[in-house]
Ligand binder design. Structure first.
Ligand SMILES: *[C@@H]1O[C@H](CO)[C@@H](O)[C@H](O)[C@H]1NC(C)=O
Ligand SMILES: *[C@@H]1O[C@H](CO)[C@@H](O)[C@H](O)[C@H]1NC(C)=O
Ligand SMILES: *[C@@H]1O[C@H](CO)[C@@H](O)[C@H](O)[C@H]1NC(C)=O
Length: 639
């Protein structure tokens, strides 16, 4: 049987060779270079935190950065049974970071539960038996003789109560006090159209006014971290097997204006001390996912941080004048001390220790700004101001420039650059050999953001398509082949809330209830989980061709693995013959194949349309592989 099968395969190979001008790829016996362990990771843009990776379920939980008295200030909140609600600037705010409070009055003549609810980030997913931790601060602005209960609950929008808990309160409480409750839903509702409720008995509390601040509702989190990550999204990211994490942006770092920039020290400590900020796209960041949470997340997933410092430029175009950069440079130095400094000698490092992490975090790469090719005229003075001061303080770190290599000319010369490419399908394929042509002069490259965002007709994709994903895979092969100078690469953006989409396509989409893994997600995962330790040169694919391959060896696997990646960018299958110089080559290989029609996308209605499929193929020192239309294949042989 086995013999017949082998004969069948070789006849097939022969036929393929005769019928098409079939390519034969000779593979070298020796590696050209080691593949950096940092190669695959991901980039974290602003939009992904609140309502996404960050597990907090309540939207507008602390009335941060809103204008008191406006309807917008009540975003995501609604009255229940006629309570009067307003966001006010409290005369005695809960903290200096949070000046606003929810001012609630129970009108006379109401019976039953009266109060308010929060609709979450476009819904709240509730699961039977899970514990949801709710908390808030309250005070009576005017002392009263009221004694009674505040009932905290979870219910469907049609009013079915799923969990509740009561907290006894006194009208004599005129200073802020924090209370909490554990809520355990009795059933799993079919829908995520659920609300978090806070009510009092209308009759008992008639005429009472209560101020509330800093609400929170957390489901169980990834690794049960307090103030942690949403489990399904965290798992999807962990499954990618990332080696690095670039944060806090991206545009998120920059801020729309200088005042709105991301500031590390405003994202630390108790949530009640975090002011939040107006994000670059107009919505408000809670900063609940702050610097310490980012760094802890890196440790949880064993990722290397690629941490950016704000470098004197804001997204709407303002640059800090050269003579005024000093305080901003100091803020960057303080941020790095917080991350890696010695608590015994540095106050910022001591702050880290006081927050429970005395050990320094791992840090090698610091990015100076973001996309400074948009502000290259001022980057010429901002780059040296930051990098010279940081190098003096932290000589062992690597500093990544974010302008175009050699334009402008920067001094001191950067040793690392962050390049970005958003391109059409064909543009992505055409860039497959971009790094092959880059000079080997010691400079290293980080492809910090890339995606195939449009089809060839120029239409922006809503979700990645298999055609675009195959094109990205060609570009990624370029990273592998040139990993002597490309040390890291990350698809962007990674996360998209389909209920409130800001940018697409994205790697992972989600709503309140589920995550949807795109075709590009599966390709990223296949590349990340099938990295080699060293790159093995082989006959180069035609730059203008439609079939591409790379060969790597995993020397850390016993026996060694030879991992061949093959990408077909067109609608017809294409065969390629590999000729391997190794003495012992396994007679079969695992083939992991991602393939679909040109426009096939994984969407909320077809989440599993294109997923990798495993099979066993016949191999040997010479074997022919037929790559299906629009496909990425990973062939793993043992040596
Ligand atoms: C953060 O530090 C800067 C100075 O480096 C300071 O101006 C700012 O007030 C601080 N912000 C918070 C919230 O502590
Ligand atoms: C691809 O490029 C090669 C070398 O420049 C050229 O000979 C060949 O005609 C090109 N093929 C196509 C399909 O453009
Ligand atoms: C395919 O094989 C890989 C490697 O063994 C494994 O990690 C993956 O789970 C398999 N996929 C499926 C769909 O079975």
């Amino acid at each position: 049987m086995l013999k017949t099968l082998q004969l069948y395969f070789s006849v097939l190979g022969l036929l393929a060779g005769i019928c098409t001008a079939q390519t034969t790829v000779s593979v070298s016996a020796t590696a050209s270079h080691a593949i950096p362990t940092s190669l695959c990771g991901y980039f974290f843009p602003a939009l992904s935190g609140d309502g996404g990776l960050y597990a907090e379920l309540l939207q507008n939980r602390a009335f941060q950065q809103v204008t008191p008295g406006t309807t917008a200030a009540l975003n995501a909140w609604q009255a229940i049974n006629g309570a009067s609600l307003a966001v006010i600037a409290d005369t005695k705010p809960v903290s200096s970071a949070l000046p606003n409070a929810l001012h609630v009055t129970i009108p006379a003549g109401r019976t039953g539960a009266v109060g308010f609810g929060n609709t979450g980030y476009f819904g709240i997913k509730l699961t039977q038996g899970s514990v949801y931790t709710a908390s808030f601060f309250y005070r009576f602005p005017t002392a009263s003789s009221f004694r009674g209960n505040i009932n905290v609950g979870l219910q469907t929008t049609s009013g079915q109560v799923l969990a509740s808990s009561s907290i006894s309160v006194s009208g004599s409480q005129t200073t802020w006090t924090q209370v909490s409750a554990r809520l355990r839903p009795s059933t799993t509702p079919a829908s995520t159209a659920n609300i978090f409720t806070v009510t009092v008995d209308g009759t008992a509390a008639s005429g009472q006014t209560i101020n509330f601040a800093m609400f929170s509702l957390f489901p169980p989190t990834f690794k049960n971290r307090p103030n942690g990550m949403r489990v399904d999204i965290a798992n999807a990211l962990q499954d990618l097997g990332p080696s690095f994490f670039r944060f806090p942006g991206g545009n998120n770092l920059e801020g729309g204006t200088i005042a709105q920039r991301w500031q590390w020290n405003a994202t630390l400590g108790p949530l009640v001390d975090r002011p939040g900020r107006v994000g670059d796209w107009g919505y408000i960041n809670t900063d609940g996912l702050g610097l310490l949470e980012y760094l802890t997340w890196c440790e949880d997933l064993n990722m290397e941080p690629i941490m950016a410092v704000w470098a004197g430029f804001a997204l709407q175009g303002a640059s800090v004048p050269q003579a005024q950069l000093g305080p901003y440079v100091q803020q960057a130095i303080d941020q790095i001390h917080f991350t890696i400094g010695d608590p015994a000698t540095n106050e910022n490092a001591a702050r880290r220790a006081s927050l429970g992490h005395p050990e320094p975090f791992k840090l090698k790469y610091v990015e100076i700004g973001n996309e400074d090719f948009f502000a290259s005229t001022t980057y010429t003075y901002r780059w040296p101001a930051f990098v010279n001061a940081l190098k003096a303080e932290f000589p062992d770190l690597h500093y990544i420039a974010t302008s175009f290599p050699s334009n402008p000319v920067l001094s001191p010369a950067p040793t690392e650059y962050d390049n970005h490419l958003y391109a059409s399908r064909s543009g992505m394929v055409q860039n497959g050999f971009f790094y092959d042509d880059v000079a080997r002069d010691g400079t290293q490259y980080f492809e910090g953001e890339y995606a195939s965002t449009t089809n060839d007709a120029g239409a922006t994709l809503t979700f990645p398509t298999m055609q675009g994903t195959a094109a990205e895979a060609v570009f990624m092969m370029g990273f592998e082949r040139n990993s002597d100078i490309v040390f890291a690469a990350s698809f962007a953006p990674v996360l998209n809330d389909i209920t409130s989409s800001q940018w697409h396509p994205n790697l992972i989409s989600f709503d309140a209830g589920s995550v949807y893994l795109s075709t590009s997600y599966h390709a990223q995962k296949l590349f990340s989980r099938n990295r080699g330790d060293e790159y093995i040169p082989s006959t180069l694919p035609a730059r203008n061709g439609t079939l591409f391959w790379t060969v790597v060896r995993k020397t850390s696997a016993i026996p060694n693995e030879l991992i061949i990646k093959v990408v077909n960018t067109v609608a017809t299958a294409s065969a390629v013959t590999f000729s391997l110089p190794f003495h012992s080559v396994s007679s079969t290989a695992l083939a992991q194949v991602l393939t679909g029609s040109a426009t096939a996308s994984n969407t909320p209605s077809t989440p599993q349309l294109v997923i990798p499929v495993n099979s066993t193929i016949a191999t040997g020192q010479t074997f022919t592989y037929s790559a299906p239309p629009f496909s990425l294949s990973i062939l793993t042989l043992t040596l």
